[in-house]
Design a protein around this ligand. Structure first.
Ligand code: ZN
Length: 489
């Protein structure tokens, strides 16, 4: 497998992702306890989720419905029959000593998610989507007095999860990021998961290996964990691809293992050798009957599906005549798409609205790391501002300043323009007055211009703009200035 030192080999990364998404149900997957986040530790527990002897799990119908939604939305095949198994391992945050998870018979298989790669659509296949329960959380002592203790909080124990396992179809960290963003968008469009990575509602592990370009067999892979944002997933993959490539270049071998991403140092470190499935002694959970999804229920759920990101993107291209690239970004979250459609409803020039959103608006949001639902500029304000440009009240150039001010203060554009005195000068007399003053104070330059030094025209435009503080209507100024300089006015 390994190449001799000194040979130059081109490698190709092979990436598969496993995502755990927390389903937005009110209660846990096998009991009635609340799934609320950030409550008093161990206040949301009962005999079932703390694994007391004799307690029995009862499957949450709503959780199954949500998982089926995701299956249908990713064109997966919903299994008519699936089964919960026990995954046995010991850890202090797992009171039963096993996790209930689907193993041999998952809920959904053979779906796909579409991403854009170099302007083309690429399908990333999904091997499976299955349901499972979450484990609790350990909190380690932080003060000198408590440093030798760890505490366990079982509020999260039994919260419903779906695990989405992709095929190793992903070929770059960028593709991995795009896949995750699309998957999260689908979950959010369906309103079945918040997608909040910091709160742990959307978690990603990555399997990554490299192989000489053109080779079919897969290389030895590492599993990466502990990546808490899309950016970290991309960075961890970049690091790991480099690490494995240089091992192979040096004639060394990659070891199959689990590695932790260390965001502070920007490296991955070995955590443990990779477990095999048989280490977990899976067997069907005797407390739960097989899950059967009948055709009628599936159809009912299918009918309840909202318009999904890809469908919305295609509709935007059709209905608003915006390029596919723009439409893809405008539909990247449900909130962004609603913002756009509301602004277009109020100012029905879709391409202009799109340009402002893709330009100034996204630039500001990205700079502040804000989501669109935290944007101080409402769709109403954006539409009002575009109306002011159209009426000629402000110039397109001034509009940039108006927008900045709107973003800073959250004020209406009309109010800002009035208060700042940014209204465009449309009064011919006023513009003429300014031109006259400039010409009178610069008789020599007027003469030079008339003798043929035409590039002086820019000087006069600049001076008039300076005097009117950029507010003279450019078209009127140009026309009038030309006449005046030629001695016609
Ligand atoms: Zn409970």
């Amino acid at each position: 497998m390994a190449q001799k030192k000194g040979t130059l080999m081109e490698y190709e990364p092979v990436i598969g992702l496993e995502v755990h998404a927390q389903l937005l149900t009110q209660s846990k997957i096998f009991c009635g306890c609340s799934t609320a986040f950030g409550e008093e530790p161990n206040s949301l527990t009962c005999p079932v989720c703390t694994g007391q002897p004799g307690s029995l799990p009862v499957l949450n119908r709503r959780a199954v419905e949500f998982a089926i939604k995701l299956g249908l939305a990713t064109s997966s095949r919903i299994a008519p029959y699936s089964l919960f198994a026990r995954k046995n391992y010991f850890y202090p945050d797992l009171p039963k000593g096993y996790q209930i998870s689907m193993y041999e018979f998952p809920l959904a298989v053979d779906g796909f998610i579409e991403i854009m790669v170099d302007g083309r659509k690429k399908k990333i296949k999904l091997i499976r989507i299955h349901m499972e329960e979450d484990a609790g959380k350990l909190k380690h002592g932080e003060t000198p007095e408590t440093a030798s203790f760890s505490y366990v909080d079982l509020n999260r124990t039994g919260v419903p999860l779906v695990e989405i396992v992709s095929s190793p179809d992903i070929r770059s960290p960028q593709e991995a990021g795009d896949y995750l963003r699309k998957l999260r968008a689908i979950l959010q469009y369906l309103e079945i998961c918040t997608g909040n990575m910091e709160e742990g509602s959307f978690r990603c592990d990555a399997n990554v290996s490299v192989r000489p370009k053109g080779r079919k067999e897969l290389g030895i892979r590492a599993e990466l964990k502990n990546m808490n944002s899309f950016r970290h997933v991309e960075k961890a993959l970049e690091y790991e691809i480099k690490r494995q490539t240089s091992l192979l270049d040096d004639g060394d071998e990659v070891i199959q293992e689990t590695r932790l991403w260390d965001p502070d140092q920007g490296i991955t470190v070995s955590m443990r050798g990779k477990e095999e499935a048989h280490d977990y002694r899976y067997f069907p959970d005797p407390d739960l009957v097989p899950l059967k999804v009948d055709e009628a229920w599936m159809e009912e759920i299918r009918k309840s599906l909202p318009e999904l990101p890809d469908q919305k993107r295609d509709r935007f291209v059709q209905q608003y005549q915006v390029p596919e690239y723009d439409a893809d970004i405008l539909t990247s979250t449900r909130a962004m798409a609603s913002y756009y459609e509301e602004a277009v409803r109020l100012f029905p020039e879709p391409k202009i609205v799109s340009n402002w959103m893709m330009g100034d608006l996204l630039k500001e949001l990205k700079h502040d790391e804000r989501e669109i639902d935290q944007c101080p500029v409402t769709p109403q304000h954006l539409a009002e501002m575009l109306g002011l440009i159209k009426k000629g009240t402000i110039s397109g150039k001034i509009a940039k300043d108006v927008f900045e001010e709107m973003y800073k203060t959250g004020e209406r554009p009309g109010k800002i323009v009035k208060e700042k005195g940014w209204v465009q000068i449309l009064d011919l007399g006023e513009i003429e007055g300014a031109i006259n003053r400039i010409m009178e104070t610069n008789p020599k330059l007027v003469e030079d211009y008339r003798k043929g030094k035409e590039k002086l025209f820019g000087f006069f435009v600049g001076e008039v703009m300076r005097q009117t503080r950029g507010k003279a209507n450019p078209k009127m100024l140009n026309e009038l200035l030309q006449k005046k300089l030629k001695g016609e006015g």
